[in-house]
Design a protein around this ligand. Structure first.
Ligand code: ZN
Ligand code: ZN
Ligand code: ZN
Ligand code: ZN
Ligand code: ZN
Ligand code: ZN
Length: 285
């Protein structure tokens, strides 16, 4: 197999391999042995690609399930990783395009998994705590949308661009010094960073950006399902304990998980049995 062949045939090849593996199940289910078999059958190109993978432990290195997942990721993203100065939003956009090209389902989940392997969990948590004080990586990372992940990731990876020209330069060397802004006619900044055109602590995303370039634009809030803001800027009223489902959610009946539930106690629709008004009657009977 050559690298080119890998990208042309990986899915077909993988399915053949898994089919072959299934005929042996029971006889030999050792994950390490199957991992070795996979690498041997793939030949030098497989071992080449394999050598660039990172693993959490030695035993993962030959684990067939982990290997298949890593090769899938390599097939979809071609080993792409975010470059140190690359813009986070542009990078994630590119991953989304790669997913589209390869026609895979559950693309968002794959991208989230990929980013998971690329970020520093400690730095990410610190940055996330700026917008979500209660953020805990292990339980909250998977609940973020890709745009929310990008926003937080950018908080700690972006270099501080100059507030006058939006570029990066040594102190006192700003190209905007002595220039007049074409937007407001004031001096010493470029229109890109004109105060009339630049939003600080945005009401919708919580960040600083050029007017009309809000990263939360068109995003669906995971708290209230309405558009154009991130969940940490959600203004919807939360019900601490809904009288129909017993859970906490935004004050919007369509978000209640019990909306279409038929109560097993009273046979009426719209609530769960533990929230049923007939509860005590039924228990006494
Ligand atoms: Zn500058
Ligand atoms: Zn200006
Ligand atoms: Zn914004
Ligand atoms: Zn909301
Ligand atoms: Zn409810
Ligand atoms: Zn009921």
């Amino acid at each position: 197999m050559t690298e080119e062949e890998f990208f042309k045939t990986w899915y077909i090849w993988k399915n053949d391999f898994l089919l072959f593996k299934r005929t042996f199940i029971g006889a030999n289910s050792d994950k390490q042995q199957w991992g070795n078999m996979l690498l041997n059958l793939m030949g030098p190109i497989g071992q080449n690609i394999h050598s660039a993978f990172t693993f959490n432990s030695q035993s993962e290195k030959e684990n067939i399930d982990i290997l298949i997942q890593k090769f899938d990721e390599y097939y979809i993203f071609s080993g792409r990783k975010k470059l140190p100065l690359e813009n986070v939003y542009e990078y994630i956009n590119e991953l989304e395009l790669m997913i589209k090209e390869k026609n895979v389902t559950n693309g968002e989940e794959l991208i989230r998994k990929k980013i998971f392997t690329e970020i520093n969990k400690h730095q990410f948590t610190n940055a996330a705590n700026n917008v979500i004080p209660t953020f805990i990586f292990s339980s909250d990372f998977n609940k973020l949308t890709l745009k929310e992940i990008a926003f937080i990731w950018k908080l700690y990876t972006d270099s501080d661009n100059c507030t006058r020209c939006d570029g990066i330069h040594s102190p006192e060397k700003c190209p905007s010094l002595g220039k007049q802004c074409s937007k407001c006619n004031e001096w010493n900044h470029f229109p890109k960073r004109c105060p009339t055109n630049y939003i600080k602590n945005c009401y919708y995303c919580g960040g600083n950006h050029i007017y009309r370039k809000c990263p939360a634009f068109n995003e669906i809030c995971t708290k209230c399902q309405k558009r154009n803001h991130f969940k940490w800027k959600c203004q919807s009223i939360q019900i601490p304990q809904c009288r129909f489902c017993g859970l906490s959610h935004a004050a919007n009946r369509s978000l209640c998980t019990a909306k279409n539930n038929i109560c097993s106690n009273c046979k009426l629709m719209g609530h769960v049995p533990s929230r049923c008004n007939k509860r005590f009657h039924a228990n006494r009977l």
